[in-house]
Design a protein around this ligand. Structure first.
Ligand code: DHB
Ligand code: FE
Length: 281
């Protein structure tokens, strides 16, 4: 049987990808940010899974106002880095895991979550930046990755409660897969940031850190946070944090082990938050 061994949470600021790709990670501005991910890279080398299930949001790259699925699961053999205006990032093409993805789609849809099946898609910074941060600058990604895209760009967005329950359904689906795979689930995006309007540049350290505390200790209660609170407290793009609840919902009910926690302000316009939680069984 497959099982979820750990969950990883991280922001996905596109400038982080650009800093790596342009050889600027040693600059004074970026050094403290990348230093916070050194323990994560070491942890990941020791704990490389068979598959990563990566929950992220597309930023009007693969999807657009023409068509916006609330939840979309990638069932393809591979995914290319998207051209977001400056050419595709110089990172490897991502290999998918079509069999496990199709199995999860079957199980989760039968559990009443409506997923869109995606068989062809390029992946943007929401997907490639977390991989770069945790896996480093590599010639090949260390394992297959299943992309799971959540709409947090165009209202209405899914509630935290629905995301948490979807995580539970993903956990069940993984546990029913008939091969002994170690699966990590990653929740990405956030933390507080607002990219436009009079409040552009908003950061809320206190709210973010309380979110991290509660994600660890009382995720079920945290899942009840209404979507307006994310927008009011963490800015319009802070709503990306509901994706972290999918990953947390997929973890065991027992308290997790906190393998790493990091918070850094700013990276571009964003408060960067990062957690690694290991399942205690
Ligand atoms: C920034 C952050 C994001 O999450 C994003 O998708 C785009 C830009 C930023 O801080 O620049
Ligand atoms: Fe984003």
């Amino acid at each position: 049987m497959a099982r979820i061994t750990a969950s990883v949470y991280t922001s996905h600021v596109p400038a982080i990808g650009a800093a790596l790709d342009l050889g600027k990670s040693g600059d004074d501005y970026w050094k403290p940010l990348f230093a916070g991910y050194e323990p994560s890279k070491a942890w990941f080398k020791e704990n490389t899974p068979d598959v990563i299930f990566l929950v992220y949001n597309d930023h009007a790259t693969a999807f657009s106002l023409d068509m916006i699925p609330t939840f979309a699961i990638g069932c393809a053999a591979e995914y290319k880095p998207a051209d977001e205006g400056w050419g595709p990032r110089p990172v490897p093409t991502v290999k998918g895991h079509a069999e496990l993805a199709s199995h999860i789609a079957q199980s989760v849809i039968q559990d009443d979550f409506d997923l869109t099946i995606v068989n062809r898609m390029d992946v943007d910074h929401g997907f490639t930046v977390p991989l770069s941060l945790i896996c480093g600058q590599v010639a090949e990604w260390p394992c297959p990755v299943i992309p799971f895209a959540v709409n947090v760009v165009q209202y209405p967005v899914p509630s935290g409660r629905r995301c948490f329950n979807l995580g539970r359904a993903i956990r069940k689906a993984v546990s029913l897969y008939d091969e002994p795979l170690k699966v990590q689930i990653w929740g990405t995006g956030g933390m507080s940031h607002q990219l436009q309007g009079p409040r552009a540049g908003l950061i809320n350290r206190e709210w973010d850190n309380r979110f991290l505390d509660r994600l660890i200790a009382e995720p079920e209660k945290l899942a009840d946070t209404p979507h307006l609170e994310y927008v009011q407290q963490a800015g319009s793009e802070g709503i990306e944090l509901v994706m972290w609840l999918i990953a947390r919902g997929a973890m065991s009910d027992l308290p997790p082990r906190v393998a790493h926690r990091f918070y850094h302000v700013p990276a571009s316009n964003t408060a960067v938050g990062h957690l690694i939680l290991e399942n205690s069984q």
